[in-house]
Design a protein around this ligand. Structure first.
Ligand SMILES: Nc1ncnc2c1ncn2[C@@H]1O[C@H](COP(=O)(O)OP(=O)(O)OP(=O)(O)O)[C@@H](O)[C@H]1O
Ligand SMILES: [Mg+2]
Length: 474
């Protein structure tokens, strides 16, 4: 028999990158203190005999013979939640629900499992974070009876798994994965090794037990979920709750989903009696719109099966800094830089010496580039102190040459603009036929300059506009 040839290596516990010597910072994923010592058997990979002689291996099964009876979706009946999940909880799967502290993770999960319990099925809610009294108080505030919801006040994953096997709940909530711990590990809860081990341990038992496992997790400061992206690779689905915690709106979105779409959006309002699903978010996002103010434009965006209108605001002011500030809330800052460069080059807007703040109302995060046109309109409007005509909504991606590029789902956007009572909808001329719509006039500018000329009111509203800017005429 060949002698074992062992070698000591160092491996990053986050990205798996291997090195020959220990380093404090992984050179691949740039995380600190994630490199751990490991041993590899160098002749293992060429040892054909040891593979061929394996007897007790897992049998192979023809795909048609694999039973899917117990992996159906378990719908909660909370429409906004089920749509984002792809139909509901999937038996045997692991889902991570992530969000900032205090955003409403525990509230949402308790409401979701209560809806399942109401249908006569057992659920388990394990918490290492709060006392059982607190969970009971929250349940009472949310009007949840507590029947068939079994609570467990520990983060010990061995105990949680034991109850999972004995009580056979259809859904198991672990709130939160940062407080979960495996007693065999010396490291404290919340460390990368604990998070990894607890997740794989619980996922294994959930799969074996056909229970749907849901973990709640905090988002770290840099936006990565529960330790530097460790969990995202280990779970089947990642849902993110976002929103401005000082306001009532909460958005639920799929970041990853092995059993459903990732582009669906659920919108909720945080009320005293819990999270309340909003079926018409456009109305909420535009509720308090000031129509005759400069620097505000409406974008029609598409999120999964739903199109919605959001207000984008821009504020342009003279800068006293050598490098002016660019702040963007709810849109990608690199897109804002691109739009600013295009407006400077193709519209001669002197933005270089101005601070620029962009904000999407309601704490909404826009991911698609079709909001470019509304961002450009808001910037041009604030810069010239000329309001965007309040009956105009816009959708279009801006290219580097100032051209408006085609966008998907144009007909759905036009329909949404018409439903909300807009008179004009700006759509890039590059978009193909969108059918006819009697209530909204579709305008098709080919570039950003044409769009700005069309959308901005003829005169400025300021008594003394701070900056006098002429928009080049055609
Ligand atoms: N009595 C109440 N009335 C209205 N809203 C409340 C009340 N109590 C709590 N809330 C809302 O619920 C939020 C806390 O929700 P929850 O505990 O579910 O958040 P979480 O994401 O689980 O927080 P953590 O990260 O601390 O576990 C609060 O920020 C607040 O908006
Ligand atoms: Mg919580």
């Amino acid at each position: 028999m060949m002698a074992k040839k062992l070698k000591t290596l160092y491996q990053c516990s986050v990205c798996g990158h291997k090195t020959f010597k220990w380093v404090g910072k992984c050179s691949q994923c740039k995380e600190w203190n994630t490199v751990e010592q490991t041993t590899v058997n160098l002749n293992h990979r060429n040892d054909i005999d040891s593979v061929a002689n394996q007897s007790a291996v897992e049998p192979i099964v023809e795909l048609n013979d694999v039973s899917t009876e117990r992996t159906a979706y378990i719908a909660t009946g909370i429409k906004e939640f089920d749509r984002v999940m792809g139909g509901g909880f999937v038996a045997g799967s692991t889902t991570l629900v992530a969000g900032d502290p205090g955003i409403g993770k525990s509230t949402l999960l308790l409401q979701a499992v209560a809806a399942i319990a109401k249908t006569g099925q057992k659920v388990l809610y394990a918490t290492g974070e709060e006392g059982l009294e607190q969970i009971h108080l929250r349940a009472s505030r949310l009007g949840i009876s507590g029947e068939r919801i079994f609570a467990l006040g520990t983060g010990n994953v061995v105990e949680i798994a034991a109850h999972m096997v004995q009580a056979e709940p259809v859904v198991v909530i672990v709130d939160s994965i940062q407080t979960a711990n495996h007693p065999d590990l010396d490291s404290s809860p919340g460390t990368i090794s604990q998070i990894r081990e607890c997740t794989s341990f619980l996922s294994y038992h959930a799969r074996a037990n056909h229970s749907s496992l849901v973990l709640s997790g905090h988002v770290t400061k840099d936006g990565s979920i529960a330790g530097p992206r460790v969990l995202e690779h280990q779970v089947d689905a990642v849902l993110q709750i976002s929103g401005d915690t000082s306001g009532p709106l909460r958005m639920l979105q799929g970041v990853k989903n092995r059993y459903g779409p990732t582009d669906e959006l659920g919108v909720f309002e945080m009320r005293e009696e819990g999270l309340y699903g909003i079926s018409d978010p456009s109305q909420v996002f535009m509720n308090h719109r000031v129509k005759e103010a400069s620097g505000s434009a409406i974008a029609i965006i598409v999120e999964g099966t739903r199109s919605l209108a959001v207000e984008i605001q821009a504020l342009v002011t003279t800068s006293s800094l050598s490098s002016p500030r660019r702040v963007a809330n709810g849109v990608d800052l690199s897109r804002v830089h691109l739009i600013v460069a295009v407006l400077e080059k193709h519209m001669k807007l002197p933005l270089t010496n101005h601070d620029l703040l962009i904000n999407v109302i309601g704490g909404f995060e826009i991911k698609e580039p079709s909001a470019d046109l509304a961002i450009a309109l808001a910037i041009a409007s604030s810069m010239t102190d000329r309001p965007v005509i309040s009956t105009i909504a816009a959708a279009g991606e801006i290219g580097l040459a100032g051209e408006l590029r085609s966008i998907p789902g144009a007909d759905r956007r036009i329909f949404e603009a018409a439903r909300l009572g807009f008179e004009n909808c700006l759509i890039p001329s590059a978009v193909g036929d969108t059918g006819s719509n009697n209530t909204v006039k579709v305008c098709r500018p080919s570039n950003v300059l044409e769009a700005v000329r069309f959308a901005l009111k003829a005169s400025s509203i300021g008594v003394k506009p701070e900056i006098k800017v002429e928009i080049p005429s055609g």
